[in-house]
Design a protein around this ligand. Sequence first.
Ligand code: GLA
Length: 391
Amino acid sequence: MIKNLLKEFDIFFGKGGTKQVFFSPGRVNLIGEHTDYNGGCAFPCALDFGTYGIIRIRNDNKCRIFSLNIKNSPFKEFHINKIQKQENEGWIAYEKGIIKVFHDHGYEFDKGFDMLMFGSIPNGAGLSSSASVELLTAVILNDLYHLNIDMIDMIKMSQIAENTYVGVQCGIMDQFAIGMGKKDNAILIDCNTLEYQYAPIKLDDASIIIGNTNKKRGLTDSKYNERRKSCEDAVKVLNDNGVKISYLGELNEKEFDQVKKFITDKEQLLRAKHAVSENQRTKEAVILLKKGNISKFGELMNKSHISLRDDYDVTGFELDTMVNVAWKSKGTIGARMTGAGFGGCTVNIVKNEYIEEFIKTVSDEYLAKTKLKAAFYIAKIGDGARKIGDY
Ligand code: GLA
């Protein structure tokens, strides 16, 4: 893979000089959905596929970036110390957004670079192709210019880039999972305090299967920001009624039951109910996993999907269809949507001996019901964003 990318780089930008290779993974969230911006817990892991960046420093201030994923478009060029946002600038917004946030934090760069990118995360699939590019760019800047920025700070800066430059009011889960990923481990993140712990994923005789509905979702156009606003409004209502919290994640289900009467707006109530119950499920799920109780972990995944479907209303026909078929399929321990929802992927834990049957049954029935061809990946959990080496 790297050899080919280096060759492509030479074809595109010309031979010579030292090239530096970086990699940033995608992520899959096992449980804890739409909890991050609610100050709750999430339990994602980094994948072993993601985005590569091949870099060569230039002697001027230009940045020229070419994505092999969008072959027909020419490279994008800009001055590394003069970032100006343009309307509909597409994928380059992620790189420019990070550079801009680095500027805002006082960093200037003496030289630009040429960069060839290639990503194997399907776009709009809920596996965080965007956060993958953000962390890739952050790690590149940090390394090229010897900035010595802590990974957690780069994660925070990447979230700021997505919130302010790209315009999606996302939480911090994706950037955190991608920055802090660790092989064979998921990460329990308290998204309020940013305390985290690794939990080895030992599934005995089962594997994590990602199912892509191939129903694309555009996060910026989606209802994502609306969901976030409903939860914030619910917090305001609770505050007005003397419940002093900053985030719904501060309440457990029992406490929520005592105060939910104050939330009179039906929609807000449902959204808040999900945020609270999902946070509790996530904490319980991690304890179960650590005890090796995979089947109970799977049950909580199923409940998570139901809550995302009925209370948070972010699933939709394709995700529900795929999950319904998965629930009925032999060998399924748990199945739910993963990521923001409104399309994208499901995450499933399936007994190894039934994986083939699972993939066949779910694809066939999903195709029959939705007329869409699904794709499946057996997920391997990898390390976070990093430099691979000099070539
Ligand atoms: C997207 C966002 C995350 C998180 C998830 C839902 O992936 O980027 O911050 O809110 O949706 O859990």
